[in-house]
Write a protein that binds this ligand. Structure first.
Ligand SMILES: CC(=O)SCCNC(=O)CCNC(=O)[C@H](O)C(C)(C)COP(=O)(O)OP(=O)(O)OC[C@H]1O[C@@H](n2cnc3c(N)ncnc32)[C@H](O)[C@@H]1OP(=O)(O)O
Ligand SMILES: O=C(O)CCC(=O)C(=O)O
Ligand SMILES: [Zn+2]
Length: 449
């Protein structure tokens, strides 16, 4: 899809679009690029815990039947996520059966389920065939008072019991403190240290209400990194739009596992979106991300989930938003045609997508128009300088396109008509730039046919 304009297939990087010399492979060094010397950073060493089938099921519109759950699980597995987290089997009988069914699919991704910190839930979970159990309990005063009503002593005792039980079954176990960023730091570090000592595989930090900012995330994860030796998972809600930045900064601070959901679906406005996180991490280290994930599958997965929960993909969605690789303004278009890296940090072809240069609008420029002239194989000169008087050049055609686009956006067809008419003027040599009414009549004639 290409909003209101021509779509030269400008997939070339180095083939000298517009007949110009292509830019060389050397790119200027970005001083803000991640510093690989930072020994804490896991920006190029992380795992995704994909929670569309757990957190995503908590999205207002979500109802996943068994078939849909299986389709989503298979798609995520083919994409390459390391873990798939499923709704608690204690939630309902069908949830338990679906959990068992997904465990039996033989996927490469490890299958987790997510339970309360309670032995009843743990007993059900370990019987489903999962590879691991994610245990959670609120530690903030809000949740201690208004949710489960338990104090830290009870939480610690139960956590030890549940973790030891799950471990005794030979599967992975993670312990997470819900609402971590509104919990007392001493309580938090103390319980994380306790569960680390008894051999939990991961501890989880959860920004349950989406209140944390990147600096707070960095500080907490970095502090925790100094306290536990196990892996660190992070779960970030997006209530204030910080979930992607927070995930990135958590990795910089030493987190090892990031929770995502497709399109970010979850409670309220949801959590870190899979696609946007992948885009963010690709920008940091494209080769690493390409080697781990089947990036061209992203669009298919997002479409699958969008359809299942009856939402559309937002226009500004990283990678798959309908204008994610559309370039419009003349200044951008010229540079993009010479070297796509000028205005693209993500290469559309790495995601199985194509870029578009939009032409039919008043912000266009002659360089973009020229690329379309070349695609149409029309022989036109750039400007009047090398033309006998009365002939038309690309800059004349551009001026006409802009004039028409001042009234309304021009479709690809409209642009092509202008170009063909101006070109036919050259070929016939009969038209005069001083006789615009003749061109207008020709344009009308073209439109009528
Ligand atoms: C922040 C998150 O997203 S955490 C994950 C949320 N996921 C879910 O809630 C899964 C779907 N939930 C369900 O199907 C149901 O809530 C169930 C089956 C888990 C529990 O249902 P019910 O027994 O009817 O309880 P209800 O949902 O009303 O309240 C939650 C109960 O769990 C307790 N609880 C809440 N969080 C926890 C926890 N992390 N660990 C242990 N107990 C907890 C509450 O105290 C309350 O217990 P109560 O029976 O003494 O009132
Ligand atoms: O288990 C976790 O770490 C997170 C649970 C959750 O969904 C949340 O706290 O928002
Ligand atoms: Zn959540």
């Amino acid at each position: 899809m290409n909003p209101g304009g021509a779509a030269p297939s400008t997939n070339g990087h180095s083939n000298g679009v517009n007949g110009r010399a292509a830019a060389g492979p050397t790119q200027p060094r970005n001083p803000y690029a991640p510093r690989y010397s930072d020994y804490l950073s896991n920006v190029s060493n992380f795992k995704i815990i994909e929670s569309t089938l757990r957190e995503g099921e908590q999205f207002a519109n979500a109802f996943f039947d068994t078939k849909t759950k299986i389709a989503i699980a298979k798609a995520l597995d083919a994409f390459g996520v390391e873990y798939i987290e499923l709704t608690s089997p204690a939630a309902s009988e069908q949830s338990r059966l679906d959990c068992e069914a997904i465990c039996k699919l033989g996927l490469k991704a490890k299958i987790l389920t997510h339970i309360r910190c309670h032995m009843d839930d743990a007993r059900i979970a370990v019987e489903t065939g999962v590879d691991g159990v994610d245990v959670v309990i609120g530690t903030s005063s809000f949740l201690r008072e208004f949710s489960h009503g338990k104090d830290m002593t009870y939480i610690t005792k139960t956590a030890i019991e549940v973790i030891n039980f799950v471990k005794s079954k030979g599967i992975e176990v993670r312990f997470s403190s819900e609402d971590s960023f509104r919990s007392d730091l001493v309580d938090l570090l103390s319980i994380y240290q306790t569960v680390d000592k008894i051999g939990v595989n991961r501890v989880g930090v959860a920004d349950t209400v989406g209140c944390a900012n990147p600096r707070q995330v960095y500080d907490l994860v970095r502090t925790l990194r100094g306290v536990v030796s196990c892996d660190i998972e992070i779960h970030l809600h997006n209530d204030t739009g910080c979930a992607i930045a927070n995930a990135y900064t958590a990795l910089e601070a030493g987190a090892t596992h990031i929770d995502t959901s497709v399109l970010g679906i979850g409670e309220r406005v949801g959590i870190t979106p899979l696609g946007a996180l992948v885009a963010c991490l690709y920008a940091a280290n494209p080769d690493y991300v390409k080697s781990k994930y089947n990036l061209p599958m992203l669009r298919e997965i997002e479409n699958l989930v969008a359809e299942a929960v009856e939402v559309s993909i937002p226009f500004q969605n990283p990678v798959t938003g309908y204008c994610a690789f559309t370039h419009k303004a003349g200044i951008h278009a010229k540079a993009i045609l010479n070297n796509p890296s000028t205005y693209e940090i993500l290469k559309p072809e790495d995601f199985g997508l194509t870029r578009y240069v939009s032409i039919g609008h008043r912000l266009t420029g002659w360089n973009a128009v020229k690329s379309r002239v070349e695609q149409l194989k029309l022989d036109m000169t750039d400007d009047q300088a090398s033309l006998p008087s009365g002939f038309f050049c690309i800059k004349d055609a551009t001026a006409k396109i802009k004039e028409l686009a001042d009234v309304r956006t021009q479709s690809m067809e409209d642009v092509d008509t202008v170009l063909r008419v101006y070109h036919s003027g050259i070929v016939s040599g009969k038209l005069d730039i001083g006789q615009p009414h003749i061109l207008d009549a020709l344009l009308e004639a073209h439109r009528a046919t």
